[in-house]
Design a protein around this ligand. Structure first.
Ligand code: UT7
Length: 357
């Protein structure tokens, strides 16, 4: 086992911005994104299609959310199968082999089943060695949570390469009778390979992450049924307890607030100004949330990577899918800084600062 050689991560505080002391120990290895991948189901559900399912119209959906269409998984596509496809692409793009991966972490709110974990399904699907594999549930912030966990494990432990995946089949928990939520969500998976590297220049790769949660506001975005509190019964099914429920207006307000705070926090504790951030890759929930965030941070919208028009909100998959497409589209040139920022049920939130090698 390697001896941990960095200061412990500093917790997110809504008020105080503790300084990021990581990156200051001479022997600290960089953790870099060595590959990314995605998987989107081929079936497209347009706003026009939705007008045949619920009482809505194309213009309302587009102007209130920015979403034009989303992908819907087929009957044999699951969070696990989509995660495995995204993972294959990420490993291929990293020029590594499946055998090189030392750790698998999946973020999802729509696991293939309560147990075994979706990470174990991915491990089997890819024919991986008997390496550690586990799931984390932090809703739409899940990818930022697993990115921070994997980064710490790579820095401190014997691991060299970690596969982290955000994957969701939200169509399975969407109430297709509820027009206020069913227009928002889509299915898909995004993956990244993180690698410990002493080859890269100091202060590149994953530089810092801030995470937070406010469980007292959990009720504004939740699925009531399916856990031990409301187990599946004929009553729980007929009263639609196994679908996602949301107070959209409340989520909207808190989303802007916590994403702004997390972004400001990560800038302050790394002594950076907003102008020094070349690109922001936000959770793809609603274009109006992102526009409000941009305006509060005084960062032009052109620096925000947006693909929610095509995929809607894919929860834990949203940031890694956007990350993959941003890299592919030249949105993240070498030597520039990016911030990944998101929020989700819990409530949870997070922001990650990276510098591209
Ligand atoms: O990953 C986190 C996931 N959650 C989010 O990101 C959600 C954040 N919240 C939002 O994105 C927005 O709150 C929504 C898009 C969900 C809703 O937009 P809004 O501007 O907050 O609308 P609203 O809920 O205040 O509803 C306005 C009106 C209501 O009608 P009345 O009461 O004014 O007559 C709704 O019944 O719009 C109505 N409405 C719709 N009309 C047409 C709600 N859904 C629809 C619909 N089509 N699909």
């Amino acid at each position: 086992m390697n001896t941990p050689d960095i200061s412990p991560a500093t917790p997110f505080s809504p008020k105080g911005q503790t300084e990021n002391t990581s990156g200051k120990t001479p022997s600290e290895p960089s953790v870099v994104i060595s590959g990314t991948g995605q998987y989107l189901p081929s079936k497209v559900l347009t706003n026009s299609d939705l007008t045949k399912i619920v009482d809505t119209n194309e213009e309302w959906i587009l102007t209130r959310t920015g979403i034009s269409e989303r992908r819907i998984a087929g009957p044999t596509e699951t969070s696990g199968t989509m995660a495995a496809e995204a993972a294959r692409m990420a490993i291929a793009n990293s020029s590594l082999q499946v055998e090189d991966i030392d750790l698998v972490i999946v973020a999802t709110i729509t696991p293939d089943q309560p147990f075994p974990s979706t990470a174990c399904h991915v491990q089997t699907a890819l024919g991986m060695r008997p390496i550690a594999a586990f799931d984390v549930e932090a809703a739409c912030s899940g990818f930022l949570y697993i990115l921070d966990i994997a980064t710490a494990m790579l820095r401190n432990g014997p691991y060299r390469h970690a596969l982290i995946i955000g994957t969701e089949k939200l169509s399975a928990i969407t109430d297709w009778q509820d027009r206020s939520t069913c227009i928002l969500f889509g299915d898909g998976a995004g993956a990244a390979v993180l690698s410990r590297s002493s080859l890269h220049k100091k202060k590149t790769g994953i530089l810092d992450t801030t995470l937070g949660a406010d469980g007292a506001n959990g009720h504004i975005l939740q699925m009531p049924g399916g856990g031990c509190r409301v187990p599946a019964t004929p009553d729980s099914v007929s009263s639609r307890q196994h679908f996602l429920k949301m107070n959209g207006r409340e989520v909207f307000k808190l989303a802007v607030k916590v994403m702004e705070q997390a972004s400001l926090d990560i800038l302050a504790r790394n002594h950076l100004q907003a102008e020094q951030i070349h690109s922001i890759i936000p959770h793809q929930a609603n274009i109006r949330i992102i526009e409000m965030l941009a305006s509060r941070l005084k960062i032009p919208m052109e620096r925000f990577f947006i693909n929610l028009d095509q995929y809607g909100n894919t929860s834990a998959a949203s940031i890694p899918i956007a990350l993959h497409e941003a890299r592919e589209n030249g949105f993240c040139p070498s030597g520039t800084n990016s911030i990944l920022v998101g929020f989700g049920a819990g409530l949870t939130w997070g922001a990650t600062l990276l510098r591209w090698p």
